[in-house]
Write a protein that binds this ligand. Structure first.
Ligand code: THU
Length: 134
């Protein structure tokens, strides 16, 4: 995987148009692929009670999980955002990403141009919290 999958980027861009971002004006779309080849997407949805807003990544992952997708079954996640700067997922999203993607799963940030950034899950959350080994 040397660049974000075209279908996932398109899905992330499409869902970003539905982002509800009256407070940040920063629409984020996320699309993921599962081991079974299914695609799920989500966008950020904010709230007038600011902490209740939810990121695009988590809305995409939780939508997949609600259909039965389980930890380790998400192989790729593409995050689409406006502007030139490609931001990495927030700390809360990293923890959720690490719950549902394997350590070698790939996360991309991209925008309306050709630019992208790529991380593995292990790069985003090294030595993350886990019950393994208990
Ligand atoms: N946001 C995301 O959707 N994903 C991230 O990884 C970082 C930030 C959202 C949260 C908020 O709605 C807006 O972007 C500005 O922070």
């Amino acid at each position: 995987m040397s660049q974000p999958e075209t279908e996932l980027k398109a899905a992330a861009k499409t869902v970003a148009a539905n982002a509800y971002v009256p407070y940040s004006q920063f629409p984020v779309g996320a699309a993921l692929r599962t081991r079974n080849g299914e695609v799920f997407s989500g966008c950020n949805i904010e709230n007038r009670s600011y902490p209740l807003g939810m990121c695009g990544e988590r809305n995409a992952i939780n939508t997949a999980a609600a259909t039965g997708v389980r930890p380790g079954e998400i192989t790729e996640l593409v995050v689409f955002m406006p502007g030139e700067h490609l931001f990495s997922p927030c700390g809360g999203c990293r923890q959720v990403i690490a719950e549902f993607m394997p350590a070698d799963g790939v996360v991309w940030a991209t925008n309306d141009g050709e630019a992208y950034k790529r991380w593995t899950v292990a790069e985003l959350l090294p030595d993350g919290f886990s019950f393994e080994g208990l």
